[in-house]
Design a protein around this ligand. Structure first.
Ligand code: CUA
Length: 323
């Protein structure tokens, strides 16, 4: 409808059409009532104008039908808007079960992307068309925001936390990616491009370039380099908890609380181990704050995800993450 005009970006994701439909509905309602009210003001001003200097306005007391009408109509309209927008919001907020996960680290002033197989890129994000992609995002410094107008998605990226957003691109092409949260001098230059490719082309791109180890492999190397393995041993004889099969499980903490071992918990346990101590263990782990980069933390998390209860599952991680 708006193609060819710079008023609206392209619709290039499964959600884009739904967001626009709601938006056009809001515009239509606003235009309808603005025109109606402005028109009535002019019409009544003429129709009921003072015709002689002696005429006095008639006072009106009570108009139940009128009161009910102008209460019920707005109520119905806002409820329609509420239900409609809530359903769009849930579709945007809840990723499907099967997603292609890509890690994003924002910093002043660039975007760093890591694919599960180890491929990395800066300010460019290659994704396949027709596949649900989930971005798991964090920041190295201040608050940034990943905004991809053609996909109609936007999500803050915060230091010390993981936020996610997902999309399914519907047509190949190159789309703008902006930082949508003021983050310093070169905020306006913190842009990038999402390159949507046909699946075969995407596989080609993934396998091209210098062979790099997978994210989980890099995490395993880091796990050894930082000597995590001296305390976190798989045989339950170490000074730290066993990490095999940990991801996604509920962990019993000292003091009776529990926590689900998700990305945020693992990150916190590395940079601030004393925050949540596992029941039955001493708070003896030193902090790794400053020793592991945000990208390193993501690699460690991806490595822990591969430590399944079955020993044979600990080898190659699947590119698709089930959650
Ligand atoms: Cu990063 Cu604005």
């Amino acid at each position: 409808m708006w193609s060819g005009t710079p008023l609206f970006p392209e619709q290039a994701s499964t959600i884009a059409g739904r967001v626009d439909a709601l938006y056009f509905f809001l515009i239509a309602i606003t235009v309808f009532f603005s025109v109606l009210i402005a028109g009535l003001i002019v019409y009544y001003a003429v129709r009921y104008r003072r015709r002689s200097p002696e005429s006095v306005g008639e006072s009106v007391h009570g108009a139940m039908a009128l009161e009910i009408t102008w209460t019920v109509i707005p109520f119905v309209i806002v409820m329609v808007v509420f239900v409609w927008s809530a359903s769009v919001y849930f579709a945007i907020a809840r990723p499907p079960n099967e997603t292609l996960n890509i890690y994003v680290v924002g910093k002043q002033w660039m975007w760093k992307f890591q694919h599960l197989d180890g491929k990395r890129e800066i300010n460019e994000l290659h994704v396949p068309v027709g596949r649900a992609v989930k971005l798991i995002m964090t920041s190295e410094d201040v608050i940034h925001d990943v905004y991809i107008p053609a996909f109609r998605i936007k999500q803050d990226v915060l230091p010390g936390r993981y936020t996610t957003e997902w999309f399914q691109a519907t047509k190949p092409g190159r789309y703008h990616l902006f930082c949508a949260e003021y983050c310093g001098t070169r905020h306006s230059g913190m842009t990038g491009e999402v390159i949507v490719m046909e699946p075969a082309e995407y596989q080609n791109w993934l396998s091209g370039g210098a062979p790099e180890g997978s994210l989980a492999d890099a995490g395993q190397k880091l796990f050894t380099d930082l000597s995590c393995n001296t305390c976190h041993r798989p045989d339950a004889q170490g000074r730290g908890p066993v990490l095999t099969g940990l991801f996604g499980k509920t962990v019993q903490l000292q003091g009776g609380q529990t926590v689900v071992a998700d990305e945020a918990y693992i990150r916190e346990s590395v940079v601030n181990p004393a925050a949540k101590v596992v029941d039955g263990y001493q708070p003896i782990m030193p902090t790794f704050q400053g020793l592991v980069s945000e990208e390193g933390l993501l690699q460690l998390i991806e490595y822990l995800k591969t430590l399944k209860a079955q020993p044979e599952a600990a080898s190659a991680p699947a590119p698709t993450e089930k959650k």
